[in-house]
Design a protein around this ligand. Structure first.
Ligand SMILES: *Cc1c(COP(=O)(O)O)cnc(C)c1O
Ligand SMILES: [Zn+2]
Length: 410
């Protein structure tokens, strides 16, 4: 039974069929993805700027009126959310725009934005009475689920492509996940996880299958609004793989607008890798999306068969968004640029949004009077091998001041 006064029902984004908001709901009978539909009139009576300003909770749950959890649920586990929003006048100047902010979501407990979805998944699994939770992932959803489940006392079965970077594998092993590294693409990884979940009936934390994950991810947008004093930015740049993140970002801004806390919805800038851009290709061509190869070193967005393409495409179009594809070299340059100019060391997919902004700026397509937020979705320490390849080895020197001075031309 739905015990959530703030949620009306779940609605299929494909055929419109409505379902009760059960904690273990998955997809529509037609295969379409479900969206959580809120009662904004009810929420408006509970949530406003004064209520928020007096609230001590510094986690994503401070927005609980806009989240699909039962009124008597008290989420426990890791401290997710409230990541910093850094203003960078230097980057704004380089890009030729008015204001530029970096939202550092690598600041989350397992070092990626995925913690927002995993904290939600763990909370819903507990509401539904499950003790085991499973997912497939390019890496971050997996390590974040393992960490959040460990904190909440749930066990996990997790599937990642064998190519996942070592840092993420190390997290998974440390958190005690029942981990399978699948020798194959992300698509095959997802497929194996689906077969196992169908057979064993574990709680499903797969992106797009579980309608509550985007709702967790949207808290990044709710925070951005509050951090900007309820002035929504003009543009928000997001890197896109499965499409759950950008769909969640849209939903968060849509919620804020719908309850009257902000007066506009930002235009989304969807950034994908040139070697794997099925969602952007669909939006720019106006055709349905088709599978692509996974040709990029930015592992978190190497998603050839996006699971949440429909919601993502809708989010980009509804926000009057912009699509931009970047090469691996452009991502590497952006990763270095972002770290050096803002102090935020992001993993490749975490710097991809910035790569998109740099590209738009070079092409003269960036609005000069805009307030822009670039979301850094994951921390760079997760993938040290690729980082060292990008920046090279350090200068070596013996304990000899002269040699040191020569090396640095001092
Ligand atoms: C998962 C992820 C993305 C993309 O999110 P999707 O929901 O797959 O589109 C971007 N960056 C990082 C670091 C991620 O882990
Ligand atoms: Zn349907």
């Amino acid at each position: 039974m739905n015990m959530m006064k703030n949620v009306k029902f779940l609605k299929c984004i494909q055929c419109g069929k409505e379902y009760p908001a059960l904690p273990d709901a998955t997809t529509c009978l037609c295969g379409g993805i479900l969206d959580v539909v809120y009662d904004y009139d009810y929420i408006k009576t509970k949530l406003n700027k004064v209520v928020l300003s007096k609230r001590n909770d510094q986690t994503m749950w401070r927005y609980r009126e806009l989240l699909p959890i039962e009124e008597d649920t008290s989420p426990e586990g890791l401290r997710v959310g409230n990541s910093p929003l850094y203003e960078s006048p230097r980057i704004a100047e380089d890009l030729g725009t008015k204001q530029l902010y970096v939202k550092d979501d690598g600041f989350n407990p397992t070092s990626s934005l995925k913690d927002r979805a995993s904290a939600m998944a763990v909370t819903k699994a507990k509401e539904a009475g499950y003790s085991t939770i499973a997912c497939s992932s390019t890496g971050n959803a997996a390590s974040s689920l393992a960490g959040n489940a460990a904190a909440a006392g749930l066990s996990t079965y997790i599937f990642v492509p064998a190519r996942a970077p070592k840092g993420k594998i190390a997290q998974l092993m440390m958190f005690g996940a029942n981990l399978t590294a699948v020798d194959g693409s992300y698509e095959e990884t997802f497929d194996l996880s689906k077969k196992a979940i169908d057979k064993y009936g574990w709680y499903n934390r797969n992106a797009a299958i579980n309608p509550y994950l985007s709702e967790g991810k949207k808290t990044v947008a709710l925070e951005i609004c509050e951090q900007l004093n309820f002035e929504a930015p003009d543009y928000v740049a997001v890197s896109v793989g499965d499409g759950c993140t950008i769909a969640g970002v849209y939903k968060g801004f849509y919620d804020m607008f719908s309850v009257g806390l902000t007066d506009k919805i930002p235009r989304l800038i969807s950034v994908q890798a040139e070697g794997c851009c099925p969602i952007n290709t669909a939006v720019t061509s106006g055709q349905p999306w088709t599978p692509q190869q996974e040709n990029t070193f930015a592992d978190s967005i190497a998603v050839g068969v996006p699971r949440n393409a429909d919601k993502a495409i809708k989010a980009i179009i509804d926000s009057n968004g912009i699509c931009v594809n970047v090469s691996d070299d452009e991502i590497k340059e952006a990763q270095k640029y972002l770290a050096k100019n803002s102090g935020v060391f992001a993993e490749p997919a975490g710097a991809t949004a910035t790569a998109g902004l740099i590209k738009l700026s070079l092409e003269g397509k960036l609005d000069k009077n805009a307030v822009i937020v670039s979301i850094a979705t994951g921390n760079g320490l997760k993938d040290i091998d690729s980082a060292i390849k990008t920046v090279g080895e350090p200068i070596h020197c013996k304990n000899d001041l002269k040699e040191f001075e020569e090396k640095f031309n001092l």
